[in-house]
Design a protein around this ligand. Structure first.
Ligand SMILES: [Mg+2]
Length: 247
């Protein structure tokens, strides 16, 4: 039976791209950089994902990611990268100004309170996540928040999860499940940690080779029912029932 959910935030509980787009557009105006077009936003998003994946692989430090992504983006669009430190500092705050829930995540988390323990596990910065969790009211519903910047190690490293397990005094890993949208940080992290994995996969993409996805959800509102069915036993049958994508 699953008794503990580890929640990813960006792209899972909250719509990260909506916040990212709004924050960058606002800061382009604030810094007098003109209009940030959809094509520019799409390119920035691509650069950003690449930098975070290099952090997950321990190829870059967090500081290198935060400034490097904007330095590369600004160079490509012809903006002086000298403004990057100031731009990034304001960006961390601006990210928390736009709160858009994925599916009905706030009510899903509310509905699960008392049934399971719920914790945030995020690689986002302390500055951005603290503001987002407060403004979204998700933080107050959680039993705890674990941010890699505070722990000093990122998802998907096993040591990130070891620190979480020690913090929540977990002794039975089979009762813990991570729910997240990223194969490289959340699902790989769950695999490294030896817990169950639930891929939040709204696009219903096929599971690539090499990943152990125990459950796939295209809509977070199905999670309470998944837990009901899973608690009744027959985990594999349930996995089939709830699988929303080819496995
Ligand atoms: Mg995510």
């Amino acid at each position: 039976m699953i008794r503990t959910i580890l929640w990813d935030v960006d792209g899972t509980l909250l719509d990260f791209h909506a916040a990212e787009r709004a924050a960058i557009r606002t800061l382009f105006t604030a810094f007098g950089l003109g209009v940030c077009t959809d094509a520019m936003l799409a390119r920035y998003s691509e650069i950003n994902v690449g930098f975070w994946q290099r952090l997950e692989r321990d190829e870059l430090s967090r500081a290198q990611v935060l400034t490097g992504r904007f330095e590369q983006f600004f160079r490509e669009i012809g903006v002086d990268p000298q403004i990057v430190p100031a731009f990034n500092a304001q960006y961390q705050q601006a990210l928390g100004d736009t709160i858009v829930y994925r599916d009905d995540s706030l009510n899903v988390v509310k509905a699960l309170r008392g049934r399971v323990q719920q914790y945030v596990v995020s690689n986002g910065t302390i500055a951005a996540q603290t503001k987002k969790l407060e403004r979204s009211k998700l933080g107050a519903l959680m039993d705890g928040v674990f941010l890699s910047e505070r722990l000093g190690v990122e998802k998907p490293n096993a040591s990130f999860f070891e620190k979480v397990f020690s913090g929540i005094r977990a002794n039975d890993l089979s009762t813990i499940m991570i729910v997240g949208d990223s194969l490289t940080s959340d699902i790989q992290g769950g695999m490294n940690a030896g817990i169950r994995t639930c891929w939040y996969n709204p696009g219903k993409a096929p599971v690539p080779d090499g990943y152990r996805v125990d459950y796939s959800l295209s809509d977070l509102r199905a999670l309470p029912d998944l837990l009901d069915a899973e608690g009744a036993g027959g985990r594999r049958d349930v996995a089939e029932q709830w699988a929303t994508c080819p496995r």
